[in-house]
Each structure stands twice: as structure tokens, then as C-alpha cells.
Ligand binder design. Sequence first.
Ligand code: MN3
Length: 204
Amino acid sequence: MFEQAALPVAYDALEPTIDTLTMETHYAKHHATYTKTLNELAEKAGKTDVPIEELLSNLDSIPDETLRKGIRNHGGGYYNHNLYFSTLGTDNHTPTGVLAEKINQTFGSFEAFQEKISNLAVTQFGSGWAFLSVTPDGGLVLSQSPNQDNPYSEKTGNVPIFAIDVWEHAYYLKYKNLRAQYVSELFKVIDWKVVEENYKKAIA
Ligand code: MN3
């Protein structure tokens, strides 16, 4: 049974950056539907007890093509949204500690990192995501994915620690067609302490 992770803040806590209606619709409708559908498909595939990371990394173990495709999409949606919502918050909007050091070492500065991942988010054609992930040797890497794909379903061996949702449902009610503006504003509501914890777990 896959459970939707609790939202770390109230629906209206990130106003005006993320408006209340977008937060509620995104979490209580979109994310809830990915979770519900994943559970139905996982039941049919006999995969309810497999950790989501493992399930997405081994999609080939599902012989039925329709089920495999459904779990890639809804399982990806479930995983990606748990990650996305978990890193939103009202504090810690700049990385500190070991993650800050690693970002500076890898990208030169936080500003350079932000510019690079924002560019991936903005240029993802159609719906999708941009990710910051940890490579098997402990490095940091940026990527973009279409639909609900992610570094697990793409078999990269990397562990995502931060994700930017660029589906229109994440920003259209407030930002309309201005995806770049949403991506830029989003950095005002990221809790980098959470991302740092994800980083520490990934390199442990
Ligand atoms: Mn979304």
C-alpha cells in the first residue's frame, strides 16, 4: 500500500508564491489521484509491498504492457510529488552545511546551480520535471524528464533529492503561461534543510 506523504505546510502557507487553490488542487486532487491509481495498478501487478524506488527501477519485471506503462506514469507521479511537496516550506531557503559545500564544489555557486536547474525546468518540452540527484559515486547531477518519468524509471542509478514540477497544473492558475516566472519564484519556498537530509541519506 502506497501512502501519500503528508504535506509539510498548510495549503495557504506558501502564499503568494504558490496560491492556496493550486496547493490544494495539486495535493488533494492530482497527487491523491496518482496515489490511488498506483495502488490499484500495483494490486493488479502484485507489487503492493515493493518500495516505490525499487518498483520504478524494475519496471521490466511487470510483463503486462498496460500495467507497466500505468505504473511508470502513476508510480512516477506518486514518487515525484512526494519528493516535490516534501521540500516546500517557509524556512531555510538557502542551502547550508554539506549540501551547500557540494553544490558550490560542483556548480561553482548556488546561483550557478539555480540557473542550470531552472534552465532544465523551463526547457523541458511539455509536461515533466527537473531533478537534482546524487550519482552512485556521491556526485551531484541535474536532469530533466518528460511526463512522470524520473531517474529511477530512466534507470540512471541516480537518487533524486530535489524536484521541480513543471506540469501546468503546478503553476497555471497563478502564473498562466509564464513557466519561467513560476520556476524562479519557487526558490522562495524551498526548504533546503530537507534537501540536505535527502543528500545525506543518499550518500550514507
Ligand atoms: Mn504535479
